[in-house]
Design a protein. Structure first.
Length: 256
């Protein structure tokens, strides 16, 4: 009666979800579908979606779930449900293309990349990264850490050069990989100085500037390019002008 289209009977019943769950466990799928035919409340309608999926009606299931988008169903919830349906039916590529990138959003860009890569292990990391980057135009540098973790060092530097990237993140990357990946570390350190010169970073101090400079020179030491690296640093800092913060910190060291 609680799910009746008759407004005189319809109302809240605290056991609705439990009843629908029990019907689903008993494999009484047709009854669930009939009960929820006119229902729009997602916490109930999702049982109808699950019932359709259990009957193998994949296309109809996806249409039903998509029709539920609205104030009672978040896009994230619908996306996750549709992705699960397609994956369980073996339609892995369609699941990835239609829902994979949206349904696995994490609290950070790195956690999002990890979630997608874990769920779709057959996909090359480079492809996943490129697809995720396309979903956030104007925030390409946010994927720097994900690219670095995947060992896509050239891609990481390219992303960090396209839009502002946190200088401290770049400095840490340069410091941590100075010995193992000196070319990458050198590039990351130079980009840290590049964005510092342009005023990016939160509550930046002279210690942050020295840390970025030190990471560049340490990477250059491992890579055997000390003199060249120093000249590159001078070129980056010289773009700021004599009154700039980074110039005041490193000016004497660089002879500017």
């Amino acid at each position: 009666m609680a799910l009746s289209p008759d407004r005189a009977l319809r109302g809240y019943f605290h056991g609705t979800s439990a009843c629908l769950s029990a019907l689903y466990r008993a494999e009484r799928y047709e009854e669930i579908i009939e009960l929820l035919r006119a229902e729009t409340f997602w916490p109930y309608k999702r049982w109808g979606v699950k019932a359709l999926a259990a009957l193998g009606e994949t296309s109809e299931t996806i249409r039903c779930a998509e029709s539920c988008r609205g104030p009672w169903a978040t896009d994230a919830d619908v996306d996750a449900t549709c992705e699960e349906i397609l994956l369980s039916s073996g339609q892995v590529e369609e699941a990835y293309q239609r829902y994979g990138l949206r349904a696995n959003r994490g609290g950070t860009y790195l956690s999002t990349f990890r979630s997608v890569a874990r769920k779709y292990p057959h996909k090359p990391a480079r492809v996943i990264l490129a697809d995720l980057v396309e979903t956030t135009p104007g925030s390409e540098a946010k994927w720097f850490a994900a690219a670095k973790e995947a060992g896509l060092y050239d891609e990481a530097l390219a992303l960090a050069s396209r839009t502002p990237c946190d200088p401290r993140t770049l400095t840490r990357a340069a410091r941590d990989l100075a010995q193992k990946q000196p070319a990458f570390a050198l590039g990351a350190g130079l980009l840290a100085l590049h964005w510092l010169v342009r005023g990016h970073g939160y509550e930046i101090t002279g210690a942050d500037v020295w840390a970025a400079y030190g990471s560049v020179m340490k990477a250059a030491e491992y890579g055997g390019t000390m003199a060249e690296a120093r000249e590159r640093v001078k070129g980056v800092v010289a773009n700021e002008g004599p009154e700039g913060f980074v110039t005041r910190v490193l000016g004497s060291e660089l002879g500017l």
